[in-house]
Design a binder for this molecule. Sequence first.
Ligand SMILES: Cc1ncc(COP(=O)(O)OP(=O)(O)O)c(N)n1
Ligand SMILES: Cc1ncsc1CCOP(=O)(O)O
Length: 528
Amino acid sequence: MPFTGTVDYSLYLVTGRELLPQGAKSNVQDYYETLEETLKGGVTLVQVREKEADTREFLEIAKRTKEICNKYNVPVLINDRIDIALAMGADGVHVGQSDMPASLVRKLLPRDSILGISANTPAEAAKAVEDGADYVGIGPIWNTSTKKDIKNVLGVRGVGQILDALEGSNVKAVGIAGINERNVLRTLHGSVSIRNRSLNGVAVVSALMASKKPYEAAKALSEVVRGFLSTPPLLSRLDASSLHTKGIVNAVAHLLSKVREGGPVIHQITNNVAINQSANVTLALGASPIMATAPQEMEDLSKISGALLVNFGTITDKDGMLEAGKWVNTRKNPIVFDPVAVGATKFRYETAQELLSTWQASVIKGNPAEIGTLANSDEVRSRGVDSVGSGFANPAPMLRELARKEPMTGKTDWVSDGSVTISSSNGHEYLSQITGSGCIVGTSVATFCAAANLSARSGTTDDHHRLVYGDMLIGAIGGMLAITIASELAAERQDVLATGTFLPALVDELYHLTPEKILKRARIEIHS
Ligand SMILES: Cc1ncc(COP(=O)(O)OP(=O)(O)O)c(N)n1
Ligand SMILES: Cc1ncsc1CCOP(=O)(O)O
C-alpha cells in the first residue's frame, strides 16, 4: 500500500550496512538498531540500498526495514530493484541513469508510488521531470568514498543550475554525496538556483550509517535542515517594507562603537601589494589584524578571529583560503571575499569558482567587472584589475539576482542581499587613484561584519539556522561607508596635497572616525 501522506524529504537516509561502525557487514541486527535510532533522531525517508546482497537477502532486509519505518510513518524506497519493491510493497523506487529507464519504472509501479531519479546535469533533471519523477537526487555534490567511481562532482554552484531545470514543475530535490554535520548548512545555503529554488532535503549514507551515535547524528542533521527549510535563505534580516535610511545609518554607527569596544581580530589572506595598508586600516578602525596563510593554522585561527577576509589579488595561497573558509563557516563567522580581477584570467575565474563552491562568502566585494564576471554578465567586461567603462547601466537587478546566490557588494557603491539593495554616493576621487583602495574596503567590510557578528552573538538572535551570525548587509554598508566618509574627511584637510599625502591622512581619519561623523555624512539610498 503506497504511502499516502505528503513526503518529507528533509532528512533522507540511504542505507549502507557495510559502513556500520563495527564493520558489521553481516550483522543485520546492528543495522536495524541503527536504522531505528536514526528514525528516532528525525530521518523522514529511507532508501534501502544493497549493492552486495543476493535477491533473497535484499528482500528480507527490505521487508524488515519497512516494518520498522512503518512505526514512524516513514516511507521506504528501494534502490534500483523494482522487482524487490513490487514484491514487498515498498513506497517507491530510486533509479539512476544506467538503471531501468525511469519512464518504464513509472509505468510498472503502482499508482501514487514515489519515483526518485538521479540527476547530475540540467538535462538529466529535465528528463526526470518528463519521465514522471517525484524527486531528483542531485549529486555528487561533494566527494565521497561511499560510492565508487563518482564523476563530475558538482559543488553547490552546479546544484543551483540543476535546480533551475526543475522550474515550472513540482518535482522535489535532495542533494547527495559527502554531506555531513559540518557542511550541511553550507550545502543548503549554497545550493540555490537563480530563481531562488532550494533543495527540499539532503540524502546521506555515511553521516548516519557510520556514526557511533546515529540518534544524535540524525537529530543534529535534522535540526539544521528543518531550520533552513523554515527560514528564507537571505543573510539580512532587514524588512524591505519598513526600511528607512536613518535606521540603516544608525545601525552602521552602532557597529563602529562595537568595533571600538570589542576590538575583533580580523584574519586576512590578502595580496602583497595591499597587506601593509590593510593591516594599518584594521588597526585604525580599532580591530586587530592577523595576516596568516598556512592551511595548517586555519582551524586555530578560526577560534580567535571575528571575521575572515579572502582577497586573491596575488593568488598564491589557495590552499589556505580553502581551508580557512571551511572553518569560518563552521563557526558561523563572516567571510568577506574580494575576487580581485576575477575575469582577467581563466585561473582566477576557476579559483573563484572553487572557493565559492567550498565555502559560503558572507559578503562579496568587487568592482563592476568582478561582480559581472561572477554573475556571468557580459555587460561589463574586465581588463586587468580595473573595471572598464562606467559599469552597469542599472546594477540593482543584477546585484539582487547574484546576491540571492551569493550575498555581496558591488562607484556609486552598491550593496544588496537579494531583497534589499542600497547605494551610497560617499567617497572622494583620490580613493580610485591610490593602489589597494578596494582592498582596504574589503578589510573595513570584514571589520564591520565582525562587529555585526559580535552584536548578534551578545543579544538574542534567531540566526541559528543561518550560515553566519549577524546582519551582513549592515556590515557591508558600514565597512564601505567608513572608508568613503574617511576619504572625504581626509581630502578636505589642508595638509593633503594629492594622493601621496592622502593615504596617511585617510588612515588618520579612520582612526578619528566617530559614530557622529557617520550619522552626519552618510548619503545612502534604498532601491526597491
Ligand atoms: C537520493 C539518491 N540520489 C542519488 C542516488 C544514486 O543513485 P544511482 O545513480 O542509481 O547510483 P546507485 O545508488 O545505484 O549506486 C541514490 N541512490 N539516492
Ligand atoms: C548513493 C550515492 N549516490 C551518489 S553519491 C552516493 C553515496 C553518498 O554517500 P555519503 O552520504 O556517505 O557521501
